[in-house]
Design a protein around this ligand. Structure first.
Ligand SMILES: [Zn+2]
Length: 55
């Protein structure tokens, strides 16, 4: 689903990537989270993905 407009694409990228993943239960957590809201683990990582690399 390519988005032609670079402004829209930037917004979409932030919305899609701006969250943290629990390394214990893989729940999504808000970017401000310091621990998992589901299991309480503090092993959170940023969602890693590359958008815009492919056309
Ligand atoms: Zn968790």
């Amino acid at each position: 689903m390519p988005i032609a407009d670079p402004v829209l694409r930037e917004i979409a990228k932030k919305a899609l990537l701006n969250y943290k993943i629990c390394m214990n239960c893989y729940a999504r957590n808000p970017p401000s989270a310091t621990q998992c809201r589901r299991c309480g683990s503090k092993k959170l990582r940023w969602k890693k993905a590359k958008l815009g690399a492919k056309k």
